[in-house]
Design a protein around this ligand. Structure first.
Ligand SMILES: *Cc1c(COP(=O)(O)O)cnc(C)c1O
Length: 423
């Protein structure tokens, strides 16, 4: 039995790929392809690494649900004691439907609407992570009109380089996120004046797929400088939220384990005298990314003069990361392979040249074979679209030797349901 890199709950047994105690080929046969398959044990193990890291501390782990917002995944994390980091009113309705405690929900995002603010206040979320001075003013008006005070944390932009892809780097001063370091004290002074707000914390989030501890340590120093300045101005901060962003192994990436990273970060917090504070974090990708695979069937092999194409039934609408960020996903045959490997671009059926899942991959495949696209638990299904009127894939959650269908395959009828003909 050999485990796949980065995927402790996916292994090969007599050449066949398994997830936990089930062969992936059987799941594809039963539910069709493309199919997302998640390991419950892998998600809980990823969470446990954070929980170990925070043992003995006052800490709240808020799963950043945009990474994978399927109800069953949310329910699993709610039952495991997580709070949630949301970025829209739609996400709020999802976490409520999954049984989350509203008081453990924090609301991030640069463009909250008044309607979203009203609904979040009505259900009593824990905290708004406010991203601009204009939003402070608006939230105070909305809360005052509702006769309540909104608990707020200000998201500060520590201006550190997370050394990740520019589209997923969020802590540099030219990013749209957060309040600039230099404006932070001013923003807090304004927040305490506003009648509809109650200041409870400070937060930051510097980017995603971070594979090195150094940017976190830098950001922590910058945030702690601000904590000290804000409190020196007479504004106490009940919690400090360090965001999410820890990376996963897509292609030999070696991010620190969550508990190792937090041992380093907590040492710094202790050294600066802040170890006893209520800490919050917002991990997304690192809790779910390597708990999932996407199964796809090879439709056609198309040899070319310069390139061979392996055309599969999953596409950029199911797995948008390669098209969006030129991201890398490992692609593995599900069954033992026969014949000679050739070099292929693995592409989907969508009518876009950007519709590729992997480039220059050595594969020994024939039409009808199954492939597993790895690291497909985060930012795949939650980013999936209906482009080309392709129904979104089905999803299965595996727990030991049991498989639960957690989302049915979307039909063309499902897709047309909201539409009306004018006459
Ligand atoms: C996306 C996001 C996260 C989660 O990021 P990951 O890289 O998935 O851990 C956390 N906080 C905020 C504010 C986010 O926008």
């Amino acid at each position: 039995m050999t485990h796949l890199p980065g995927h402790p709950y996916v292994h090969r047994q007599d050449g066949e790929l398994w997830i936990e105690q089930l062969p992936l080929a059987a799941l594809a046969r039963q539910h069709g392809t493309p199919l997302f398959v998640y390991s419950k044990a892998a998600m809980l193990a990823a969470l446990a690494a954070y929980q170990r890291g925070f043992a003995g501390r006052q800490a709240t782990i808020c799963y950043a649900m945009k990474a994978n917002s399927s109800l069953a995944v949310l329910q699993l994390f709610a039952r495991a004691g997580c709070g949630f980091d949301i970025v829209s009113g739609g996400e709020l309705e999802r976490v409520l439907a999954a049984g989350a405690l509203p008081s453990k929900v924090i609301f991030s995002g640069v463009g909250k609407t008044r309607a979203e603010m009203r609904r979040a206040l009505e259900v009593g979320i824990g905290c708004f992570n406010v991203e601009s001075e204009a939003e402070l003013e608006e939230l105070s008006r909305v809360a005052s009109a509702a006769g309540v005070a909104a608990s707020v944390s200000i998201r500060v932009n520590p201006n550190v380089d997370a050394r990740t892809h520019p589209y997923i780097s969020t802590g540099l001063k030219d990013n749209k996120f957060g309040v600039a370091h230099e404006r932070t004290l001013h923003a807090y002074r304004r927040a305490v004046e506003l009648p509809g707000l109650k200041v409870v914390g400070i937060d930051c989030h510097i980017g995603s797929q971070i594979t090195d501890g150094a940017p976190y340590l830098d950001a922590m120093d910058r945030v702690l400088d601000l904590v000290e300045a804000v409190e020196a101005a007479g504004i106490p901060l009940a919690h400090i939220d360090f965001g999410g962003g820890l990376g996963i192994d897509y292609n030999g990436d070696r991010p620190p384990a969550a508990d190792t990273l937090w041992a380093q970060l907590l040492a710094k917090l202790d050294a600066r005298g802040h170890g006893g504070r209520h800490l919050m974090i917002e991990p997304g990708r690192s809790l779910v990314g390597n708990a999932g695979v996407c199964l796809t069937e090879v439709l056609y092999l198309k040899p070319g003069e310069h390139k061979n194409f392996c055309i599969v039934d999953a596409a950029m609408n199911d797995l948008p990361r390669p098209a969006m960020y030129q991201a890398f996903h490992r692609i593995e045959p599900v069954r033992p392979t026969r014949g000679n490997a050739q070099r292929y671009d693995v592409v989907g059926p969508v009518c876009e040249s950007g519709d590729w899942l992997g480039r220059d991959r050595e594969l020994a495949v024939r039409s009808g074979d199954l492939l597993a696209v790895l690291s497909a638990g985060a930012y795949c299904m939650s980013m999936a679209s209906n482009y080309n009127t392709r129904g979104r894939a089905a999803e299965v959650l595996v727990d030991g030797d049991r498989a639960h269908l957690i989302r049915e395959r979307e039909t063309a009828q499902d897709q047309m349901r909201m539409e009306r003909l004018p006459g």
